[in-house]
Design a protein around this ligand. Structure first.
Ligand SMILES: C[S@@+](CC[C@H](N)C(=O)[O-])C[C@H]1O[C@@H](n2cnc3c(N)ncnc32)[C@H](O)[C@@H]1O
Length: 239
């Protein structure tokens, strides 16, 4: 079976849910090597989030008290690390880029990580069915910046996304974001700060200028460092 056959049907170039813009990112890169293709075909179905998810009961083996979501996990380095560091919690990762999903599957296999479930498509397709207050936190790490004004509607933290996250993250839960792009980071911060359902936890510049403990590197962060860009880290709490 090819990897595209394994993707949920709804996502591909469809309009986004609620008439929103479609997903504009890449879905495929280089063809998967045979070993990765096997992982994709055989391992993904065992840990794939069902599209009609309306409860988290039964999604994880040990019914974890805390479930976290990572939106756009890229190669999965960050998600694999946070999941490995908190085996008692559950983690849902969403990423439509096939090669990124395969990369996370490799991390999961090599490191025997048992507490990650994957939605291999646009995250917006599952969020509306998930139960209220079901998340202890969400991560949006180095989202696509879409710096041009005319592309601003493609940025991930739209009002509709904030509404979804405000419904899903329980009071006291976190919304954690990072970016190294000057326009994207300013926008992310401004959007989240303007939303009175979330409160920024920073007390001093070091809280957003330095990578907080327990926030592992991501591939895009490393790229930014190599190219001389400073990252910013934003930790918000759901009021
Ligand atoms: C710039 S990359 C960053 C990847 C990773 N977080 C990192 O820091 O290395 C942004 C990622 O977000 C994903 N993405 C964009 N829109 C998304 C959506 N609606 N649902 C899920 N993932 C999305 C893209 O496919 C891409 O892999």
């Amino acid at each position: 079976m090819s990897d595209s056959e394994n993707l949920p049907k709804l996502g591909v170039n469809s309009k986004g849910p609620r008439g929103e813009l479609p997903f504009y990112g890449r879905r495929k890169g280089r063809p998967l090597r045979p070993q990765m293709q096997t992982l994709f075909d055989e391992s993904l179905p065992q840990i794939q989030v069902p599209q009609d998810i309306d409860t988290l009961d039964g999604l994880f083996e040990d019914a974890p008290k805390d479930v976290f979501l990572e939106i756009g996990f890229g190669g999965g380095e960050h998600l694999a690390s946070i999941a490995e560091a908190a085996p008692e919690a559950g983690f849902i990762g969403a990423e439509p880029f096939v090669n990124g999903v395969a990369s996370l599957l490799r991390h999961i296999e090599e490191r025997a990580i048992g507490n990650i479930r994957i939605w291999p498509d646009d995250v917006r397709l599952i969020l509306d069915r998930m139960p209220e207050n079901c998340l202890a936190g969400a991560y949006i790490m180095f989202p696509d910046p879409w710096p041009k004004k005319r592309h601003a509607g493609r940025r991930i933290l739209q009002q509709s996304m904030r509404d979804r996250l405000a419904r899903l993250i329980r009071p006291g839960g976190h919304l954690r974001m990072a970016s190294d792009h000057p326009i994207a980071k300013t926008w992310l911060l401004a959007e989240a700060m303007a939303d009175d359902r979330f409160e920024w936890l920073a007390q001093s510049a070091k809280d957003w200028q330095q990578r907080p403990e327990g926030w592992p590197e991501t591939r895009y962060m490393a790229k930014g460092v190599d190219e001389g860009r400073a990252s910013s880290w934003f930790d918000f709490i759901r009021k």
